[in-house]
Design a protein around this ligand. Structure first.
Ligand code: ADP
Ligand code: MG
Length: 707
């Protein structure tokens, strides 16, 4: 029978209704799904041995013959045992199987068989032997082996289905598969990257062939996912995702904006008059990129990347000014109330001399004040509305929203991004990230956005001095802090607060603050800031620290993002080993913003392992946020790196954005090329191609809603 990739699994030999149901539960409907169920790992089962040469505890493959076989039940525990004695030309040994009485019908006397298993000592007969080995009957030498005598795939168990059963079904499906199945990748791409045809790739994915003696070599490549067949599937995974993103992007570009935005001389003058300093060359460059987008008829969807402290805020401010000078409204959304009010204050100060009105909307703006504000926004009397996710609530409506700026993006779901955009008539969107995002991750999360990078720091920054200490050096550390306070500087003390142990952590932070206040730094003001405090209390605390009234701010990680206090010159981080590198980098970015030499002190309780030390040592060695985040991504993986469970990351079957960076970049550029080709062909054909890409995409990544 000829099987195709879209043949439902229940039509496969060996799959009845029960198995079909198990497969369906694991998302496997078609033969194609089954064949794309990737092996979790591989095992080299070519280590053929003679019975005489077997060693205890080693994994071995033995080709032998059944001498005697029989079944019995243990008297007390009533376990069914099938036992046989097998022999080869060097000797014989016992083999036992538990609870598989049907084997009686499988192994007949004289049957030739290949066994694979770990050699164990059988205490009853005082001899080495095998227990529950994988086996393969030899009917004729021409049949290729499936379970032994080769490199075999090991699958995750699916319901009741064992890896051996799955292997058997995959082998059967490949055997019956139509030899002329159509390939899903274009010929040019396969040639360019040396990828095999789909048919061959599927075979090599599950049953990789090695020439005799080359198995260990091949196994190594398989384990690191470097074989051409494996790389083909990794590429395809990324490619279909990137294609989908490209289609999304193009679709947004198809409908032109109705508004016209110009950079009038008055715009330039306003910008010049409000900017407190000269922009860096990098800031100028990205402002130009953004301004070009604003003036173009295509809707802007741009990601602005820049390390902490690189000055993203004034770049956003310039974009905002362009828009409001043209008579439209802008919105700026920040992830926390503290950040939103900081933006509000700073921008209000910058724009104090202009005629523009700025509003602040957070959950603490209530009652009449809120109503008043919302009306003003709706009537267009507010030119710029700054706020938290309160901005995306239904009741907020704009008169003419033309620009949406989202600060510290990866804290917002992709969905929230799109909700805000829906409040205007295809507004331009500028997304700013707090953490430098490694390119591989940016391509995945933001592949549908254009990218601008600020790769230069404002002048006059002093590099932050980073010091690693254990808690035994606490006295020394406090002395350093005291010295800074004496000079008139301020200090942050940060405590990790892990969700699972929040209460205990908060208690520790509270006690630490108390200890610092009453004993170590008696002569200074010490305050504690944490996430459980009410918004207005937090706000007051921040104000007192900003104004210099408080010298030491003990805090849980709520200060992580965005806070700007140039007079703070010390960042002391407790339990530094509990933070991710990017988080530490963010925290460190809070200091060294003034003209003073600053210190970031990382206290780790125990360096536990060498690894923990080496990890923290990276902080000492580099201040390059992109390098740090690459390393962080590598060490922790994307889920942890993004720090949110719902990070909007798609699930790739084969690809790892850390391991397969090269293929991800390749897939991105190939997808761009492909889409250009699609857009060159005319009408019907084009829309059919686009539709197909989208359907594919939705099937694979449907859970990943993109806005
Ligand atoms: P981030 O990119 O982390 O959001 P900010 O926008 O908060 O950084 O800017 C960090 C600090 O650098 C702020 O105090 C800001 O006023 C200052 N700054 C930004 N651009 C410049 C510049 N071109 N020259 C001098 N200082 C600048
Ligand atoms: Mg910022």
């Amino acid at each position: 029978m000829s099987i195709r990739l879209d043949t439902p699994v229940q039509y496969l030999k060996g799959v009845g209704p029960r198995r079909a149901q198990i497969f369906s539960g694991a998302g496997i409907q078609s033969t194609g799904d089954l064949l794309r169920n990737r092996p979790a790992r591989y095992q080299d089962r070519t280590n053929f041995k003679l019975i005489r040469d077997l060693n205890l505890d080693e994994e071995a493959v033995i080709r032998c013959r059944v001498i005697v076989a029989g079944r019995y039940t243990t008297p007390i525990k009533r376990v069914q045992i099938f036992e046989m004695v097998v022999s080869d030309r060097s000797g014989s040994m016992p083999v036992k199987f538990f609870n598989q009485p049907y084997l009686e019908r499988v192994f007949r006397k004289e049957q030739e068989v290949i066994l694979f298993g770990t050699v164990r000592n059988d205490p009853y007969v005082n001899s080495i032997g095998l227990v529950n080995p994988d086996y393969e009957l030899i009917e004729s030498d021409a049949e290729p082996m499936v379970h032994t005598g080769r490199i075999v795939p090991i699958y995750r168990k699916l319901g009741q289905l064992t890896t051996k059963q799955i292997r058997q079904l995959v082998s059967q499906a490949l055997h019956d598969l139509d030899p002329n199945i159509e390939d899903t990748l274009p010929e040019e791409i396969k040639q360019k990257y040396g990828f095999p045809h789909l048919r061959v790739a599927l075979e090599q994915l599950h049953f990789p062939a090695a020439s005799p003696g080359q198995e260990p070599e091949l196994l190594k490549r398989l384990e690191t996912w470097r074989t051409p067949a494996q790389r083909r599937f990794i590429f395809e995974d990324f490619y279909s995702f990137q294609l989908g993103l490209q289609v999304l992007k193009k679709q947004r570009e198809i409908f032109p904006k109705k508004r016209h935005i110009r950079i009038y001389p008055s715009v330039r003058e306003t910008i010049k008059s409000v900017l407190p300093f000269h922009p860096t060359a990098a800031q100028k460059r990205v402002v130009k990129e953004i301004a070009d987008d604003l003036c173009s008829s295509k809707v802007m969807n741009r990601l602005l990347q820049g390390d902490v402290g690189s000055g993203k805020t004034i770049v956003a401010l310039q974009a905002i000014l362009v828009v409001i000078e043209n008579g439209f409204q802008a919105a700026l959304m920040a992830p926390t109330e503290i950040l939103a009010s900081q933006h509000y204050e700073r921008i209000s100060a910058y724009l104090a001399k202009t005629r523009y009105r700025i509003g602040l909307l957070t959950s603490s703006v209530k009652g009449a004040a809120r109503k008043h504000l919302l009306t003003a926004v709706q009537e267009g009397k507010i030119n710029l509305l700054i706020g938290t996710h309160a901005l995306i609530q239904k009741k907020v409506t704009f008169k003419d929203l033309a620009l949406v700026v989202v600060d510290e993006q990866h804290r917002f779901g992709v969905l929230q991004r799109s909700l805000l955009s829906q409040k205007g008539d295809r507004p331009d969107t500028l997304v700013m990230t707090a953490t430098p995002i490694p390119r591989s991750l940016a391509l995945t999360l933001y592949g549908d956005l254009d990218l601008s990078v600020i790769d230069e720091m404002p002048p006059g920054r002093q590099p932050v001095h980073t010091i690693l200490k254990t808690s035994r050096n606490r006295k020394e550390v406090y002395a350093l802090v005291a010295e800074e306070l004496e000079k008139g500087r301020q200090a942050f003390v940060v405590y990790p607060l892990i969700e699972e142990s929040e209460k205990i952590d908060l208690k520790a932070a509270t006690e630490m603050a108390e200890h610092l206040r009453t004993e170590v730094f008696k002569n200074y003001t010490v305050e504690l800031l944490h996430g459980r405090l009410k918004a207005d209390v937090k706000e007051e605390l921040m104000q007192r620290f900003k104004s210099g009234e408080t010298q030491i701010l003990v805090s849980t990680t709520v200060i992580e993002v965005g806070i700007d206090i140039p007079n703070a010159s010390v960042m002391l981080i407790e339990h530094a080993e509990r933070f991710g590198l990017s988080q530490l980098h963010q925290l460190r970015g809070r200091i060294g913003r003034g003209a003073y030499l600053s210190y970031c002190i990382l206290i780790a309780d125990r360096f536990g392992s060498r690894e923990a030390f080496e990890r923290l040592d990276i902080m000492r060695k580099t201040s390059d946020g992109f390098k740090i985040s690459e390393k962080d991504l590598e060490l922790r993986g994307p889920g942890e790196f993004l720090g949110t469970r719902q990070s909007g990351m798609p699930e790739f079957i084969f690809g790892s954005i850390v391991r397969d960076r090269d293929l991800l970049a390749a897939a991105h550029s190939e997808a761009e090329t492909r889409l250009e080709q699609v857009l060159e062909v005319s009408g019907n054909q084009q829309s059919r191609a686009l539709k197909e890409i989208q359907q594919q995409w939705q099937k694979r990544f449907s859970l990943y809603g993109v806005g």
